[in-house]
Every structure is written in C-alpha cells, then in structure tokens.
Design a protein around this ligand. Structure first.
Ligand code: FAD
Ligand code: SIN
Length: 524
C-alpha cells in the first residue's frame, strides 16, 4: 500500500513527527507489538527545559556538554535546548498534566543539571506523554495507526521492479505479526523512530522490543552510524531476582536520595566526585560498579528514608507502590540498586533536519546520532530530543514536499526458498548468548581483549544467524535477533576504534582522554 509518509515507531519521536506531518499529508504509523510498547511509555523522571527565571539556555548547554564529555556538536545542543520551552508548550496544549508549583510548572532535579529544570508528571512522565500523543494521533483523520507489524528491511532502489540500485528509500517490508505475512509499504518519505538497542545487554531498563531494529535496517540500507560505543548505563535499576528491569528514577537522588555501601553503611560518592549523588550518570554508574566489585556486593543501597514519608510518597507514587508490592517501604528502608543499560547514545547519523545519508529517509529520537548527547546523555534530554527532531524532520518534509517523487513499483517479499523453522531453540540460545557476552565483555569498564573476545563470538554468530535467516520464514523473534547481533557488532566495532576513555566508553587499556574529541563514524 502507498502513503504520503511512513513513520516507523509510535513513541515520542514517531508520534511527534506524525502529528506535524498530518497537518497536510497522509501518514501511516507502523509499530511492532502494541502502540505503547516503546521506551517512551516507561520514562519516569521527566523532560529537561529552561523554565526557571534563574536558569539560562547557556547553563543547559554547558551541563549537556559537560555530561557529554565534549563530544557533543554544539550547534545541535543549542538547536535542541532553545526549542525545549516550545516543546513543553505543545505538550501542555495536547493535555499532558505536568505537576505544578503554584502558577508555575514544578521543576525537579537530576544528575548533571546545575539547576532545577525537569518538568514531570509525578514519576510516570512517559506514560502521560505517550497517552496524550496517542490520543491526538488516534483522533487525527490523516493518521493511520498500524500496530502489530515488525519492520524487516527498508525498501530501496535495489527493490524496485526495474532495479536501479540507488539508495533512495521508498518504505519498508513489514511482518504482520498476526498472520505471518510480509507486506511492502511504500511512501514518498520514511521516518525512522524505532528507539534504542538496550536489549543487547543482559541487564537493561529498556522494554523487550529495544533491539536496535531501525539502526540495523538503516545500516543495511547504506546509512552511516555514529558513536555506537556510547551505551549509557543508568546507576539505579532495582536489584530484585524477580523484577529485573525496574528503574528507580534519578529524581530520587535529585530530591535527596543517598547512595550507601551496605557493607560499611557509609555514603560513598564523596570518594568519586565532588557532585556526590548528582554527578553525571557515567560517573555514578562507574562508582557503583567499583564499590560492587571492590566489596564483592550484589547491590548498593539508595536511601531516601530520611525525608518525610509524605514527601516521598507524594513525589514518587508509582515507585513507592511498586516497591511496597515487593516488600520494600522506601519511606522507611533503603532500596537495593545496581547499574543497568539504559540508553543508546549513538545511532543513525542525522543533520538538524532529521535527514539521514539516504534520500527519502529521515530519523528521530533514540535511534539517531544527532550530536546532542556526545559521549554521555544528560538526564531527561532524550524525550526532548524526540520532540525537537520529530518536529524538525516533519517540517523539512513539508517544506520540500514537491521534490518527493511517488514511489515506483517494488518487488514483493520473496518466500519461495524458505520454510517454517523447526529449530526455534537456536533463536533463544543466540539471543541469550549475545546479551550475556555484551554484559560481561562490553559493559561499564572495558578492555581491548574483552572487546576482541566479543567480536570473535559475533563473527561466529553472523554465520549461524545468516544461515538461519536464509532458510526459515521470518518471525518477530528472528527479526529482532538479527538486529540485536547487528547492533552488538556496531557497538563493538566502534568501541575498538576509540583509543581513549571518554564519557561512557571507559577502557583500562586507554584510561586517558585524547586532547581532541572525535565521533566514531562507521561507514557501511
Ligand atoms: P520509543 O519510545 O522506544 O519507540 C520506539 C517505537 O518503534 C515503538 O513504537 C516500537 O514498537 C517501534 N519499533 C521498534 N522496532 C520496530 C520495528 N522493527 N518495526 C516496527 N516498529 C518498531 N528519557 C527522558 O528524557 N526522561 C526520562 O525520564 C526517561 N526515563 C526513562 C525511563 C526508562 C525506564 C527508559 C527505558 C528510558 C527513559 N528515558 C527517559 C529515555 C526515553 O524514554 C527514550 O529515549 C525515548 O522515549 C525514546 O523514544 P523514541 O520515540 O525514540 O522510541
Ligand atoms: C530517570 O528518571 O532517572 C531517567 C531519566 C532519563 O533517562 O533521562
């Protein structure tokens, strides 16, 4: 089926783009699983924006670049931060019920921010944002929402009926997850908004579908990717043997939470950074990792029980209730926490209009490398990036619409040489193996030797998974496994190229930062 524009992904980036495009164009939004299964719905802390009279754009720019260890592109940082107040106004218009403080929005604080500047809806900001965007999209006559479709590969000139071999993107092949049939969806322009690749790690706060699909699809189609070694680990994921990926928002530390070594009973951040618990994430995560390794711990404690119980319950109702259900009363007890993968800072390279290297392909949100985050994302800057680049990509498409040709006839999906799999166990085995060696060899602290070990395993798995992919009908699990492996490969190759420690990439073989900061750009 042909549409004006296809948006792949129904999170903050995808729906922002779709709503802006729908002012004049017919938009198809495709999503894997349900429409709320991306990271957006899970966001807790909030959205960073300069709204306080004592704060300035320059402060926010500086905090973003300090957290990003100077790898950020200043032009992008300014572009995004200056548009943040407008993005918040737009969300208010859509009905997002941000917390208030008298006549103003309530601003909370998170690590790396020199001022209070995080707008939020209690401790469940993402759910409120997702719901508001989705209800606006559902009500829009120009938007068609198509959940339950796992996109497999972008359609390019190579798939035209009259083969052109060009890199022009004309849409996407997608698996209907209910019927098992593969459909070709074509359009004049395509926007990738598929989120991150966090599930490449054994422990991650990201949802099940964060398998780097968009990054892998763009790479296979010929787009460059950048800074994939910069995988962010959040310092405080709940340590619980049953519930493995529940985030404890950084705002708990912003509102006074302290990190304690359960063996010594002492606060330990003073040994690592003068900003204590509010140092940027990479520093706090490495400090926790170091305490855990030094003292042979399973976890450290995050303690906010010294604050009044009503204050704690009032600020963190969702986390409070979730923990109570697990037998932890955070108003009276410390919370056991460990670092876990949280955010993919690198991704598909885009410019300020959301354009990728490939004609007809735009991208926005966590699947991109826009230059905003550099070597480490500042807390609550990522939803903001989704709103700003979702809008920027849409505005560029609208402004140049007369230059977008109609898609040519393209080839259908060829299933003539595949059969149903009789070895699903291969998928589970490989999925588990990738996530485990990525955690152990490509985690918070790296060495060249460990990276090479990971690379060796990736090469073996490429052969096995390509063989499997060539013989059996696609399923969502197989699509995700193929993309997970591709993402792991891009992360490891990027990490091996960086001969320094900077931000999230910390290696014992090159512990110092080089004088000049450079992006790691991989060219297909
Ligand atoms: P997502 O919201 O992840 O959406 C991706 C979409 O792409 C989904 O609809 C998915 O179904 C679709 N998709 C993926 N692959 C395919 C495919 N193959 N075919 C079809 N569709 C596909 N950031 C902040 O700024 N503030 C916070 O407080 C905050 N808290 C967070 C808390 C948690 C627990 C997590 C995990 C992240 C948090 N983040 C936060 C990060 C932020 O939530 C994400 O970076 C952001 O929501 C990403 O939005 P997105 O639109 O790029 O992608
Ligand atoms: C959090 O609430 O700690 C997450 C914020 C973010 O990822 O930006």
């Amino acid at each position: 089926m042909t549409h004006d524009v296809i948006v792949i992904g129904s999170g903050a980036a995808g729906l922002t783009a779709a709503l802006a495009l729908a002012e004049r164009l017919r938009v198809l939004v495709i999503a894997k699983g349900t429409l709320t299964s991306g990271s957006t719905a899970w966001a807790q802390g909030g959205i960073a924006a300069v709204l306080d009279a004592g704060d300035t754009f320059e402060n926010h720019v500086r905090d973003t670049m300090v957290a990003g260890a100077g790898l950020n592109r200043r032009e992008t940082v300014e572009f995004v931060i200056e548009r943040a107040p407008h993005a918040i106004d737009r969300l208010l218009e859509l009905g997002v019920p941000f917390n208030t403080d008298g006549p103003n929005l309530h601003l909370t604080r998170e690590g790396g921010h020199s001022h209070r500047r995080i707008v939020h809806v209690d401790d469940a900001t993402g759910w409120a944002v997702q719901a508001a965007l989705l209800s606006a999209a559902e009500a829009h006559p120009n938007i068609t929402l198509l959940p339950g479709r796992a996109c497999i590969d972008l359609i390019t000139g190579r798939h035209e009926e009259r083969y052109s071999g060009s890199g022009r993107v004309w849409g996407v092949y997608a698996l209907d997850e209910a019927s098992g049939k593969v459909e070709a969806h074509t359009a004049r322009a395509t926007v990738l908004a598929t989120g991150g690749a966090g599930r490449v790690y054994q422990f991650s706060t990201a949802p099940r579908g964060a398998t780097g699909d968009g990054i892998a699809m763009a790479w296979r189609a010929g787009a460059r990717v950048g800074n994939m070694e910069m995988m962010q680990f959040h310092p405080t994921c709940l340590y619980n043997l049953e519930v493995k990926n529940f985030l404890i928002t950084e705002a708990v530390r912003g509102e006074g939470g302290r990190l304690i070594n359960p063996r010594t009973g002492k606060r330990f951040m003073a040994f690592y950074d003068e900003r204590l618990e509010l140092a940027p994430r990479d520093i706090v995560a490495r400090a926790i990792d170091s305490e855990i390794k030094k003292f042979g711990l399973d976890f450290v404690h995050l303690d906010i029980s010294h604050m009044p119980p009503d204050f704690v319950r009032g600020h963190f109702p969702t986390i409070h209730d979730k923990l109570l259900g697990l037998g932890i009363d955070m108003t009276a007890q410390p919370i056991p926490v460990v670092p876990a993968q949280h955010y993919t800072c690198g991704g598909v390279m885009i410019d300020l209009d959301g354009r990728t290297d490939l004609p007809g392909l735009y991208a926005a949100g966590e699947c991109t490398e826009s230059g905003l985050h550099g070597a480490n994302r500042l807390a609550s800057n990522s939803l903001l990036e989704c709103f700003v680049f979702g809008e920027a990509a849409a505005r560029h498409i609208l402004a140049h619409w007369d230059r977008f040709d109609a898609p040519p006839p393209v080839r259908g999906w060829d299933e003539s040489r595949v059969t149903n799999s009789d070895e699903e166990v291969v998928i589970k085995q490989n999925w588990t193996e990738i996530r485990r060696f990525m955690w152990n060899y490509v985690g918070i602290v790296r060495t060249t030797r460990r990276l090479e070990r990971a690379q060796h395993r990736i090469r073996l798995l490429f052969d096995e998974i390509d063989d499997y992919y060539g013989h059996f009908r696609v399923t969502t699990d197989l699509i995700e496994l193929r993309n997970l492996l591709q993402s792991a490969d891009l992360i490891v190759r990027s990490a091996l190229r960086r001969h320094e420690s900077r931000g999230l990439h910390y290696t014992l073989d090159y512990p110092e930062s080089l004088a000049e900061s450079r992006d790691t750009v991989l060219v297909p």
